[in-house]
Design a protein around this ligand. Structure first.
Ligand SMILES: *[C@@H]1O[C@H](CO)[C@@H](O)[C@H](O)[C@H]1NC(C)=O
Ligand SMILES: *[C@@H]1O[C@H](CO)[C@@H](O)[C@H](O)[C@H]1NC(C)=O
Ligand SMILES: *[C@@H]1O[C@H](CO)[C@@H](O)[C@H](O)[C@H]1NC(C)=O
Ligand SMILES: CC(=O)N[C@H]1CO[C@H](CO)[C@@H](O)[C@@H]1O
Length: 388
């Protein structure tokens, strides 16, 4: 009997060890539970903080002018209403959110006036795309986490999230609303990659349901999707069975990159003629990831969290809690290793323990002016980075 018991115990230990190796260990590694963040690549003397711009979750660079478009909120509102992290402490969406431009040359911040739009906006992911007809005209695609219709409890039904499409001119202080796209496929939108026609976009869903326990299981299962929507034709699922989809970025040749937040990797897709996405590559990064952006050299910039639990603490509880940050640059490998199957070169450009920059969720690189911009739920900063 004792022999059988030991065999059972031994087997259980083996099963647990295998489970640990296969599931938990890579997960804990990505989350950085045992990681000590490095400190390099950022110099506080060349960094500038912009205290007026707080809680800006997404920044988009307009490369020709160097102007930045930011989707911002207010620290306190973020702790009250953040559907992506199950914060519904108020029954209504935040009414302090706004879109601003920032000019790094003059340091001028302009809050944009939303015209033809009477509702509230609760921002999250955003994309700014020059129109294919006129490069001075920009389409702005925005996630809007609206509150559900009156009488419905957001804790029960979740947010009524939609994508808003606005139009603006480069440098203008006015965003003119074109349309609201609401569809069941836009369920838990996180980020959006817009097309130059002002009518269509890809959107990532960061969970498989708006509320409930299945959202916890989403951390371990490949359950999230990327949707494709066209204002005249509706939406469809463009890619599915993805792990914790987060930021999305589109290259001009219709390659799309989707960050897998807890997977610590970037998935690469080619857009097909029917607007579905074909998975072509997976780029391992090894840290919990957030938003992505492409620079004009075709390099992909990835904002990452060396210590995932610190950013969770900062986003959901204490906006002053320091959260280490890192940025990675991904380029096509042209060196000798490309022969051995390393198609992409992944470089860590900087890492900081949270003293200079803390909790950055979005990074954008101006390759012409050699300026790196970072924004996060609790701050914004920018730094000059040597070109390599
Ligand atoms: C915003 O734009 C509308 C329409 O042009 C205008 O009536 C309003 O005064 C503007 N508001 C601000 C604060 O500029
Ligand atoms: C598409 O563009 C990206 C970014 O410039 C580049 O890295 C990638 O190799 C291109 N893909 C194809 C299939 O040409
Ligand atoms: C928030 O974090 C800061 C920095 O670690 C700490 O000093 C402060 O006591 C924390 N506040 C709360 C309410 O825990
Ligand atoms: C588009 C976007 O903002 N995506 C992520 C950026 O970072 C915040 C904070 O972690 C996330 O909540 C967003 O999902």
């Amino acid at each position: 009997m004792a022999g059988a018991l030991f065999t059972t115990l031994g087997l259980t230990a083996v099963v647990l060890a295998v489970l640990y190796q296969v599931y938990l260990s890579p997960f804990l590694a990505v989350l950085g539970v045992f990681r000590t963040p490095q400190t390099f690549g950022l110099d506080s003397s060349t960094c500038k903080r912009i205290p007026e711009l707080q809680a800006c979750e997404k920044i988009v660079l307009h490369q020709p002018t160097g102007l930045l478009y930011l989707a911002c909120s207010d620290l306190n509102s973020r702790l009250q209403w953040s559907p992506a992290v199950d914060l519904f402490h108020t029954s209504r969406e935040s009414n302090d959110d706004y879109v601003a431009t920032y000019d790094p040359v003059t340091s001028k911040i302009s809050r944009l006036n939303l015209s033809n739009f009477k509702k509230e906006i609760s921002v999250h992911g955003m994309d700014v795309v020059p129109s294919e007809a006129n490069a001075d005209e920009l389409y702005v695609y925005m996630v809007n986490h609206r509150s559900p219709p009156a009488g419905q409890d957001p804790k029960v039904v979740g947010a009524d999230s939609v994508i808003e499409i606005f139009k603006t001119k480069v440098g203008s202080d006015q965003l003119t609303h074109i349309t609201t796209v609401s569809h069941p496929i836009i369920m838990t939108p996180n980020d959006v990659a817009g097309q130059a026609d002002g009518k269509s976009f890809f959107v990532t869903n960061d969970h498989s349901s708006k509320v409930g326990f299945t959202r916890v299981l989403d951390m371990f299962r490949s359950t999230t999707t990327v949707g494709y929507c066209h204002v005249d034709q509706g939406c469809k699922v463009a890619a599915s069975k993805l792990l914790t989809s987060n930021g999305i970025a589109r290259a001009l040749n219709d390659t799309l990159y989707v960050a897998s937040g807890l997977g610590g990797k970037v998935t690469v897709f080619e857009k097909q003629a029917d607007n579905t996405l074909l998975l072509t590559d997976v780029i391992p990064i090894g840290q919990a990831l957030d938003n992505l952006s492409l620079d004009s050299n075709g390099h992909l910039w990835v904002a990452a969290f060396p210590k995932a639990f610190d950013i969770i603490e900062q986003i959901t509880k204490n906006t002053s809690h320091p959260s280490p940050v890192a940025a990675f640059r991904v380029s096509v490998n042209t060196g000798p290793n490309s022969f051995y199957g390393e198609k992409y070169k992944v470089e860590k450009v900087f890492e900081d323990s949270g003293t200079i920059v803390s909790g950055s969720t979005s990074v954008a690189y101006d390759a012409e002016r050699k300026l790196l911009f970072m924004s996060g739920t609790s701050f914004m900063a920018f730094a000059g980075v040597a070109s390599r």
